[in-house]
Write a protein that binds this ligand. Structure first.
Ligand code: FAD
Length: 474
């Protein structure tokens, strides 16, 4: 008996779903993908607008997986270019280097604060030897106990609140561990003498190799999509899933609405890559109450992206600029032309300005003109960009930009995954499907791994922490 499914069904056409679909289609299986939107590629698509190729936020590619890098090299050839996405942070009216090199941060603080901030930093570092780091539950505690209270109050706290749209005391320390490069005291001192740190963090962009496809990240998802279609796979756009139907511990079909018609498609193996809480809501199996509650307690940050097309290039000193001050509403800007000149018309560029928000709040509901005015007020004020250099603007809204890692999310997720692993013909994966901090390379890795391990999963059942240990670590 073959252990491969006869009717694989995939929910979501982002890179995770497409990667699974591509692998299965190449094995000759009749793949169907149901996708909610009218586009393909999820968060990793590149859309065309009047000669511009625009990603949904900066998609800088770096990976720890040699196989994924070889795959991308094979697929994109010379179009996968190495680049240098240098980063600066606009903080208290000046641009400082990232990761924070002690002296520059301290120099940007008010004069009267520099010495107390330095002492509080040194005190925090000294106390690190005496404290149990596992007790730092929240982002706030984690940062204060490594950088000191003053740097937290001036810099990390306000930025985190802006980027996550909740109080940093509610955000899990996982965010800080994942996203804040922390140098040892010795490496800070080396930094003062312009020497490279001895240890580095995956968020320290200066220490790793970076790639970007010549025509945007969508080159990857377009390739996968083409492969699926050429191998007789089906991608159904504009579908609204109504129910994931099951009996006992098996999923049997998915019911969806498209263009006013309700359809049910049968499946003997379901790959989920849509947000895990939505998936649990759609499940018509005997989902325990505690699992439904855990799903209702997971949420995602949304984003509005404002694109400003410009008549000149190199608007900022670096391709990526973070804006840390709390009175500036957006948190990051990436310059499209600095990522790839082929994504913009000759001599021109575009900025993509990220506003984190919650669905329905004042940013989510703001009109393009309002956000454009908001951003231009800042850029003009600091002499970064002038109205006369603007050739147009547009906005895009993203409902599920980032999983919001609140304290305790691991226990909720564990409850959900423990339940899902009792279903014998379902796997959930991807950034949304596993509610994890995952980039394009991570979700491609998950797609390859899920398909490689399919026979074992069908034979022995699924253990998420064995299958995806980097992402399911609890
Ligand atoms: C602002 C921003 C910046 C980023 N920067 C980088 C970067 O620098 N480098 C990097 O590698 N990665 C980056 N990423 C992350 C990258 O985009 C994601 O890791 C990747 O797209 C996740 O793939 P996925 O398939 O798991 O999920 P997604 O891309 O989110 O795809 C999920 C798909 O499911 C669909 N869907 C949702 N609900 C339903 C439903 N009910 N029914 C059917 N379909 C549904 C969605 O429409 C979507 O197409 C960034 C993301 C954002 C938002």
């Amino acid at each position: 008996m073959s252990l491969l499914p006869e009717k694989p069904l995939i929910l979501g056409a982002g890179p995770a779903g497409l990667c699974v679909g591509w692998n299965l289609a190449l094995m000759g299986l009749p793949v169907t993908i149901l996708e909610k939107s009218d586009e393909i590629g999820g968060l990793s698509l590149t859309f065309h607008d009047d000669g511009y190729l625009l990603d949904l936020g900066p998609h800088n590619i770096h990976t720890i997986y040699p196989d994924i890098l070889s795959f991308l090299n094979r697929v994109l050839g010379d179009d996968l270019r190495q680049h240098n996405p240098r980063v600066k942070i606009f903080f208290r009216k000046r641009l400082v280097s990232y990761p924070l090199k002690g002296i520059y941060v301290f120099k940007s603080l008010p004069v009267t604060t520099i010495i107390p901030a330095g002492l509080s930093f040194l005190w925090a570092r000294a106390m690190m030897f005496l404290r149990d780091p596992k007790k730092d539950d929240s982002f706030e505690d984690w940062i204060k106990n490594r950088f000191g209270r003053i740097l937290y109050n001036y810099y990390f706290g306000p930025y985190a609140e802006k980027a996550w749209k909740v109080r940093p005391s509610e955000i899990s320390n996982y965010v800080a561990e994942k996203r804040v490069p922390i140098l040892s005291l010795r490496d800070y001192i080396r930094g003062l003498f312009k020497k490279q740190p001895r240890h580095f963090h995956s968020e320290d962009l200066s220490q790793i190799k970076h790639y970007y496809p010549k025509k945007g990240v969508g080159q990857i998802t377009d390739f996968l999509c083409r492969g699926i279609i050429e191998n007789n796979g089906i991608i159904e756009n504009n579908t609204s899933i109504v129910a994931v139907n099951g009996r006992g511990n098996r999923i049997e079909s998915v019911t969806y609405e498209k263009g006013g018609t309700i359809k049910t498609v049968k499946t003997d193996f379901l790959f989920n890559t849509i947000p895990i809480n939505d998936f649990i809501n759609l499940l018509k199996t005997d989902v325990p109450h505690g699992v439904r509650r855990a799903a209702s307690e997971l949420d995602y940050c949304s984003e509005v992206l404002l694109y400003i097309k410009t008549s000149r290039q190199n608007i900022f000193e670096t391709p990526l600029t973070y804006f840390a001050d709390p009175d500036i509403k957006f948190n990051r800007v990436y310059e499209v032309g600095a990522f790839s000149k082929e994504c913009v018309p000759p001599g021109k560029s575009a900025l993509c300005i990220e506003y984190t928000c919650n669905i329905g709040d004042e940013i989510w509901t703001a009109r393009a003109e309002e956000l454009f005015k908001d951003a231009m007020d800042i850029f003009e004020h600091y002499g970064m960009l002038h109205h006369k250099e603007v050739e147009g603007y547009l906005i895009r809204r993203i409902t599920h930009a980032y999983p919001r890692f609140r304290i305790g999310f691991e226990a909720r997720l564990k409850k959900i995954l423990d339940y899902l692993s009792t279903l014998e013909n379902v796997i959930t994966l991807g950034r949304q499907g596993l509610f994890c901090y995952a980039n394009v390379d991570d979700v491609l890795y998950m797609g390859f791994r899920a398909t490689e391990m399919l026979s074992t999963i069908r034979l022995k059942g699924i253990n998420y922490s064995e299958l995806f240990p980097r992402y399911v670590f609890f």
